[in-house]
Ligand binder design. Structure first.
Ligand code: HEM
Length: 592
């Protein structure tokens, strides 16, 4: 047994200085000098080793106790902010509530109880502050947006799945990229694109029609998430790249299959695992390497890392398709230019490729970086944009559509009113008994009740229920000293349902509230598409697309809950999804 004095202070000067050692007998002391001196180096090494281990353990224990208890309780400048008590488990903080609760609802309850400036301690003692006042959010998202970027772990995860494009860049780089991309999302371009929505939409109508007709009672239960994911993927591929996926008719389409696998990874526990893994410095570079791809099968065998293997595999396939889409677009642009063909391709990528060629020409062979010279995206940045459109551009809209259908299913009168508004704008198809719809940008915008329904659904069930920012500098926000490095939890769903903004029925579905907004001309703050320079670049596009899909569906089908007492269970992952995929009963609307 080693004595403590030995461990703490190095080699003992005499045997008796170590009280834990039994006193040697005269027999065992022979020959004393020789025994001591021959063991001495080993004892020294062992003691030093043990000393290091104990110091390490002590230091580690101190750091853990400091991080989990001392800092949040006694030292943090944010400790006086109100908020839910620490725990119940110091290691995960309030993370369990967030993970197990409905998306955005624990936060809403805390804001109701503690007010608009609160502190929540998350895993390993990391504090998050939640500001839900308009001025504080304005400061974080708008006035001081450059000092409050997305945290690294968010950028790493988003970058891995949606490319290192607009969703991950910040500051001047972001300004340049956004400026280059804005024209592709302008209203004239979007207006020119709306007719591209209708091919996938008509495909969906025909599929649902057939499935309903195949049933005996004329009503089929359909998992809405599945169909909305397919139709939105097909639409973004057409409008984004002029690329026909037709995942609606082709269940083994490689893009659709890869995205389905990614969607399955979007569960609270898996996303938290990703957050932990992507917080390790350098990990995304490693995971993006050829080495990681070659060994991803090894990861698949380790239960903790298996989701990473699935992520690598799905992204590998998505990137292969994206690269071929981009190659085609570049070739096509060159061909059209060389042949002086002015045929205007209306998809977003064609516009970006054309704009890039023009900028490259303006820059000249030497290139340039000053603000006066146009900024031209590199090939890899273009590739990142393809991934961004695919990743950010279909899952979100699909989620918005699913929630809108759910709200309509629960509110049959509202659904009927919508149908009555839309049907006069439809024509009967010659080939089947479906109502065809081909509304353009302006007509979709002018359908008042459709607008109210879609806006109200996006308010109540925002597809992205929350996001994060991180203070890059110490700042005063709403009178609170927020230290550098603090995580801001941006409570999108909470702000969208604040009673002091939306009234007593803030948490209820009431599309009529948007009628009065139209009369007064002022729209209160909704954060569904965020605000400030990082607000969703495709807000108008997403709303138009949702309107076109909902109008076509409601004109032809009635939607109702699939069983008595059905409740929605919004899960808390990156986008807000119904846990059960949202089965709804679909019945054909009678044609009179
Ligand atoms: C209903 C559908 C959609 C919703 C609710 C939505 C919501 C959002 C939100 C909340 C953000 C900010 C995220 C953050 O900063 O943390 C965002 C950013 C973004 N969204 Fe969307 N989005 C939708 C559809 C789309 C579509 C269809 C596209 C592409 C075609 C798209 C592309 C982007 C991009 C590129 C950004 C980054 C903007 C920037 O930082 O400058 N989104 N979106």
């Amino acid at each position: 047994m080693l004595c403590l004095t030995t461990l703490k202070r190095g080699p003992p000067t005499s045997v008796s200085s170590c009280p834990a050692l039994p006193l040697p007998t005269s027999a065992s002391m022979s020959p004393p000098a020789l025994t001591l001196s021959s063991n001495f180096p080993a004892v020294v090494a062992e003691s030093a080793h043990a000393g290091l281990i104990l110091t390490g353990i002590g230091l580690f224990t101190f750091i853990v106790v400091y991080q989990l208890v001392l800092y949040p309780f006694y030292f943090s400048p944010l400790r006086t902010l109100p908020g839910p008590p620490l725990g119940p488990n110091f290691l995960i903080g309030r993370f369990g509530d967030i993970l197990n609760g409905e998306a955005g609802i624990p936060q809403r309850e805390w804001v109701k109880k503690y007010g608009k400036r609160i502190r929540v301690v998350g895993p390993i003692g990391i504090e998050r502050v939640i500001f839900s006042g308009t001025e504080a959010l304005q400061r974080i998202l708008n006035t001081n947006w450059i000092s409050n970027p997305r945290p690294t772990f968010v950028r790493e995860i988003l970058g891995f799945v949606t490319g290192y494009g607009l969703l991950t860049v910040t500051g001047y780089r972001h300004k340049q990229m956004r400026k280059a991309m804005n024209p592709a999302f302008s209203i004239p371009n979007l207006a020119a694109q709306t007719d591209m929505y209708y091919k996938p939409i008509c495909g969906l109508l025909a599929i649902l029609d057939r499935r309903v007709k195949e049933t005996q009672d004329g009503s089929s239960v359909e998992v809405m998430s599945k169909w909305m994911n397919k139709v939105t993927l097909d639409i973004i591929c057409l409008t984004g790249f002029g690329y026909e996926t037709d995942s609606l008719h082709n269940p083994h389409n490689e893009l659709a299959e890869a995205y389905e696998e990614l969607l399955l990874l979007q569960t609270g526990p898996t996303v938290s695992r990703f957050i932990a893994i992507f917080s390790i410095p350098g990990i995304s570079t490693l995971l993006l390497s050829e080495f990681a791809w070659r060994h991803h099968n090894v990861l698949a065998k380790l239960p903790l890392l298996a989701p990473i293997a699935t992520l690598l595999d799905a992204m590998h396939r998505i990137k292969a398709v994206s690269a071929s889409i981009l190659r085609e677009k570049l070739k096509e642009a060159e061909y059209l230019e060389n042949n002086e063909d002015r045929t205007a391709k209306k998809d977003i990528m064609s516009l970006l490729v054309r704009a890039r060629r023009a900028d490259q020409k303006a820059k000249g062979p030497k290139g340039g970086v000053s603000e006066s010279v146009p900024y031209a995206m590199s090939d890899s940045e273009m590739m990142d944009q393809v991934l961004t459109f695919l990743g950010a551009g279909h899952d979100t809209t699909a989620s918005g559509l699913v929630w809108t259908l759910w709200l309509l299913a629960k509110n049959p009168m509202c659904q009927q009113k919508l149908r009555e508004e839309i049907i006069p704008h439809t024509t009967m198809s010659d080939t089947d008994d479906l109502r065809k719809i081909g509304l353009g940008y302006r007509e979709l915008k002018d359908l008042v009740w459709l607008d109210c329904v879609v806006q109200e659904s996006l308010r109540l069930y925002p597809p992205v229920p929350m996001t994060f920012r991180q203070a890059a500098t110490t700042d005063y926000v709403d009178g609170v000293l927020v230290p550098k490095g603090t995580l801001y939890y941006i409570p999108i769903r909470v702000v969208n349902t604040l009673k002091d903004i939306w009234g007593e029925d803030a948490e209820e579905f009431n599309p009529s509230r948007w009628l009065s907004e139209k009369c007064t001309g002022s729209t209160p703050l909704t954060l569904t598409f965020l605000a400030g320079p990082h607000a969703c670049i495709a807000k108008t596009m997403a709303i138009m697309e949702m309107k076109a899909v909902i109008a076509a569906l409601v004109a032809n089908f009635e939607f109702s809950p699939s069983y008595e007492g059905q409740e929605a269970i919004p899960t808390a992952a990156i986008t807000m999804k119904p846990a059960d995929g949202m089965p709804l009963k679909v019945r054909k609307v009678e044609v009179r």
